[in-house]
Design a protein around this ligand. Structure first.
Ligand code: FCB
Length: 436
């Protein structure tokens, strides 16, 4: 095992956890309704290795083993997602009821995300009433689990779900709407605000969102590059943070959104108890180049008003994502500077990397570097309250299928055998040290 200097001490009560999502681990596809991801993965050529998540980590059947892995790791909290298509099936909430009981019995705090991209097939985020239906489903979930679950996450990464799923067509539902995908962002944000209200009505008082954010670095000081980078920052960061934290869309985007946008923004900006950030890597952006560009294996079309450039001189993960821990400090201090008092306490709801192997020194180095970078943000005065590693288990990594392994625990998908990696032992040790 790789040994490192002790990580500096985080404040008492800091929440250490790991994350997963329903579609990526659960399997038991016959016990729920289909989602847009089932439809998408059934289409040839959509997923790199041709796989589907019909079995995935078989977590619905093996959740006892997975809760034991969480308890063995010693995390305070477990972020998982509730599958809306499973809740719609008869008895669907029973599984989450048992999971929550098991987590509580193991001393691990359940932190459910209510939507992590697996929209029931037949629903569509271009339709406003999807947001209202979402709120009704959220009421049902809080009614059933709210006596034991105290911390809630509304949505996971509406930015990626909009961009990858609806603008570029590389994730489900596979739509290539480019900028016509903006209503999809608005309806998810509205769904978030309605969900906050539904959760509060159900007695919840510790509510956040998991938005993906990262610094955007201009490729040069050339004004064309700076302008393109600002636009990318607007799409990834401000479009999804400004409405929540400031109650307005940036740069006149409200004119492009559907419905009574001013009234919706009142709902969207319902106060949050904390703000979740999923961080993986920064993006270097320049002026458009008239050709497709590569963004961590994703083909970005030539029509976009920016192009993604390589960040050189850094190690990269198996996904090709650069490893830049200090950009985590940067995104946090930038958020504090940008939003000031409007930014509630922050929780890192995802951070991690894909590497092969059970002996995974690169993952340990990645996590170690990012935990230290997080501590530097605390020292700089950012109110950070928690850190969740993505992910507990190797799992179904969306359009990459099983080709990317993000877990602290290795999964042999032929046998479902779980093997804790060296990084699992490293994280367990970090948690022990933090509490000693
Ligand atoms: C995030 C997703 C998560 C996982 C990681 C690697 O964008 O929220 O489900 O795929 O990336």
């Amino acid at each position: 095992m790789v040994t490192t200097n002790p990580v500096p001490r985080f404040p008492d009560g800091f929440l250490w956890g790991v994350s997963t999502s329903a579609h990526q681990i659960e399997g038991a596809v016959d016990e729920r309704e289909p989602s847009v991801w089932d439809v998408f993965t059934a289409e040839p050529g959509r997923v790199r290795d041709g796989s589907t998540a019909a079995v995935a980590c078989d977590h619905v059947r093996r959740h006892g083993e997975d809760v034991a892995l969480l308890a063995g790791l010693g995390v305070d909290a477990y972020r998982f997602s509730v599958s809306w298509p499973r809740v719609r099936a008869r008895g669907g909430l029973d599984f989450y009821d048992r999971l929550v009981d098991d987590l509580c019995a193991a001393g691990v705090r359940p932190v459910p995300t209510l939507f992590h991209w697996d929209l029931p097939a037949g629903l569509d985020w271009r339709e406003r009433d999807t947001a209202e239906r979402f709120a009704a489903y959220v009421s049902e979930v809080v009614g059933r689990l709210g006596d034991r679950v105290t911390k809630w996450i509304t949505l996971n990464e509406p930015a990626e779900h909009t961009l990858l799923g609806h603008a570029l067509g590389i994730h489900a539902p596979g739509l290539k709407l480019l900028f016509d995908a903006l209503p999809v962002a608005h309806h998810q944000l509205l769904a978030h605000g309605l969900a906050v209200r539904a959760l509060r009505a159900g007695g919840a008082d510790d509510i956040g969102i998991a938005n993906s954010h990262g610094p955007t670095w201009p490729a040069s000081e050339d004004p064309a590059d700076v302008e393109a980078a600002d636009f990318h920052d607007l799409l990834l960061n401000r479009l999804f943070a400004d409405p929540l934290l400031l109650g307005r869309y940036p740069d006149g985007i409200d004119a492009l959104m559907p419905g009574d946008v001013a009234a919706d923004l009142q709902v969207i900006s319902e106060p949050l108890d904390w703000y979740g950030i999923n961080y993986y890597a920064p993006t270097r952006v320049g002026a458009p180049q008239g050709t497709e560009t590569d963004f961590g294996g994703i083909r970005m079309p030539a029509e976009l008003p920016f192009s993604v450039r390589e960040i050189s001189g850094r190690p990269v993960t198996d996904f090709g994502w650069p490893v830049v821990p200090e950009a985590l400090t940067e995104v946090l201090t930038a958020f504090r500077d940008r939003y000031g008092d409007r930014l509630p306490p922050v929780v890192i709801t995802e951070n991690g990397c894909s590497y092969e192997g059970v002996d995974d020194p690169e993952r340990i180095a990645y996590l170690d570097g990012h935990v230290r970078a997080l501590h530097r943000a605390l020292e700089a005065g950012v109110d950070v309250r928690g850190y969740f590693v993505w992910s507990l288990l190797d799992n179904f990594e969306w359009a990459e299928g099983f080709a990317r392994r993000f877990g602290l625990v290795h999964v042999d998908f032929a046998t479902q055998r779980r093997t804790p990696k060296a990084s699992y032992a490293w994280f367990r040790e970090l948690l022990r040290e933090q509490r000693s």
